[in-house]
Design a protein around this ligand. Sequence first.
Ligand SMILES: Nc1ncnc2c1ncn2[C@@H]1O[C@H](COP(=O)(O)OP(=O)(O)OP(=O)(O)O)[C@@H](O)[C@H]1O
Length: 275
Amino acid sequence: MTTDARSREATQNESTTDVVLGIDDVAVHYGGIKAVDGISFDITRGKIFGILGPNGSGKSTLLAAVTRLTPLTRGTLTFEGEPFAKVSAQKVAKLGIARTFQTVRLLPDLTVRENVALGADLGAEQGGMRELLLGRKALLNRSRDAVAEALERTGLTGLEDIRPGELSYGLQRRVEIARAIAMSPRLLLLDEPTAGMNKSEREDVTSLLKKLREEGLTQLLVEHDVQMMVDTCDTLIAMNFGVLIAQGKPQDVVREPSVQEAYLGKRGAQDARSQ
Ligand SMILES: Nc1ncnc2c1ncn2[C@@H]1O[C@H](COP(=O)(O)OP(=O)(O)OP(=O)(O)O)[C@@H](O)[C@H]1O
């Protein structure tokens, strides 16, 4: 059976369950570059779904397709059963999809509370930036409850009045997760949330994502850290050159020879074998 057929069989077995995000034969080509070329999978409610792959394998392009920043060359996207490939990037948040980025994108002159409030406001309606320019007070009044809840869920209570520059890198990334959560999403996309972190910060993020899963939040996680993916994800896919090369339980996927060859290299292969 081909990898694609296996992945379809795996996702069909989940078809009677609650699928939050459905991706079917999605391709994104940039001229002759097939950044993503025929990816299909479903993400079930309340699970953490991971995408692993070497640099340039198409992970970020796939996230950009889901957040509608990149047009599809072909394929379909469904959110809770509704097609959304034609929805604009500005309206994706309204659907219930939030994301964090590879690099910290906090506004340095705003406090933690105000940064998180931007997410709460975007979740309530579009135009958060405009509101911000019109006046911080109105912004804060509208989104106070969502902000307090997001800060509490991410363990940031007590740091509300601090500016991002005074926080450790790990806490700054946590604020970004809080900002996304303040949008009350039903799907959270996390693009390399542990990039640049030390071991204990990475473990903190793993614990946070698991806690959010316990609270029912469905997550799509893109990461390079193999151990973190094994520790965190319910299902893992591996990509290479824009195509899916393996899908299944994380510990099985990282042991697949094609994945070891494409991504893990000699050292990673030894690590995976020793698990
Ligand atoms: N806007 C673009 N125009 C042309 N080619 C692009 C564009 N964006 C990405 N690519 C190419 O598409 C391929 C996939 O890139 P992508 O950034 O999605 O990979 P990735 O797996 O996210 O990599 P990384 O782990 O380094 O972030 C690469 O060959 C990249 O050079």
